[in-house]
Design a protein around this ligand. Structure first.
Ligand SMILES: C[S@@+](CC[C@H](N)C(=O)[O-])C[C@H]1O[C@@H](n2cnc3c(N)ncnc32)[C@H](O)[C@@H]1O
Length: 284
């Protein structure tokens, strides 16, 4: 299938999915215990690594669940998202700036932020070239030495979710093999573009010029089960958090979690080009 056409179809589906079919803010706050675990883990990963009063760009920030907490913690937050209905919701928080925008074409000058968050765009982009553009754009707008936080969905957990819901047919469906081998999305309403392995995600950050890349499971081994837990259970959540904190960095576990986080550092000035400057002059 033609890749550009395919992405146009995914982009159109993203508009419908997030504006009308799925409540993204409920996902992190009330839908299941997985959301509560994800929210705590992501916020602590950021808090542990960024300085006070940082300028943070939340790319694909939806209705602003993370952005609102970061603003409350004293950071100067800007959110962008392609789905206008979510941006309107995000603006209602009133504590950060929110605008419609696309991760592939950031309308900010180079070095405008201390950190960027890409929690969404990467698994909605099908082609490696567009994922690279998106990572390079995030790196461009962050100062040298700053961090880019990137979330991805591991293809092995996706395979488990798809196959556990059905009897295993024989012969094994080709699209399930494609999902495992290549990260190609299959079935369901979620407008996915690509599912990663941890190694692949690390390579994509390195190829985009980021360095010192850390990889870590966000929810860890308990995450999938917690999707079925609807009620508050503080002891269960505390146990899942301990597991994720203690084992989330381990290879293998990084691939069997609901979400995977990669954190890369933006290179120092040498050799870094700023496309917003005349002749793409180096930064600094
Ligand atoms: C699963 S939601 C995650 C929302 C939020 N960042 C979080 O971590 O909970 C994925 C988000 O990525 C956004 N998105 C999809 N494609 C994008 C793109 N090309 N540029 C920026 N955001 C995009 C969607 O609109 C959606 O809000």
């Amino acid at each position: 299938m033609d890749r550009a056409m395919d992405q146009a179809r995914i982009d159109a589906a993203i508009q419908v999915y997030y504006a009308r079919q799925f409540d993204e803010s409920a996902r992190l706050t009330s839908r299941s215990a997985q959301g509560a675990l994800e929210l705590i883990r992501v916020q602590e990963m950021i808090a542990d690594r960024v300085g006070p009063r940082s300028r943070i760009l939340d790319i694909g920030g939806a209705s602003g669940v993370h952005a609102a907490r970061l603003a409350e913690a004293g950071h100067e937050v800007t959110l962008i998202d392609p789905v206008e209905a979510q941006v309107v919701q995000a603006r209602r928080h009133g504590t950060f700036t929110a605008q419609v925008g696309d991760a592939r074409r950031l309308r900010f000058e180079g070095d405008s932020f201390d950190a960027a968050l890409l929690f969404g765009p990467l698994y909605h982009l099908h082609s490696p070239e567009e994922r690279r553009t998106c990572l390079e754009e995030a790196a461009r707008v962050v100062v040298a030495g700053g961090l880019v936080f990137v979330a991805a969905i591991p293809r092995f957990i996706r395979h488990a979710m798809v196959t556990l819901a059905e009897d295993i047919p024989h012969p094994y469906p080709k699209e399930w093999v494609d999902l495992l081998e290549h990260g190609t999305p299959t079935g369901g309403r979620f407008p996915a573009g690509h599912f990663h392995t941890a190694e692949e995600l690390e390579s994509e950050l390195l190829e985009a010029g980021l360095h010192d890349v850390e990889l870590c499971a966000i929810e860890g081994v308990a995450g999938l089960a917690l999707e079925q837990v609807r009620d508050d259970d503080p002891e269960l959540l505390a146990a899942a958090l301990t597991l994720a904190r203690k084992t989330g960095h381990l290879p293998g576990i990084r691939d069997i979690t609901n979400h995977l986080m990669a954190i890369g550092r933006v290179r120092e000035a040498a050799g870094r080009l700023d496309p917003t400057r005349p002749n793409g002059a180096g930064v600094g």
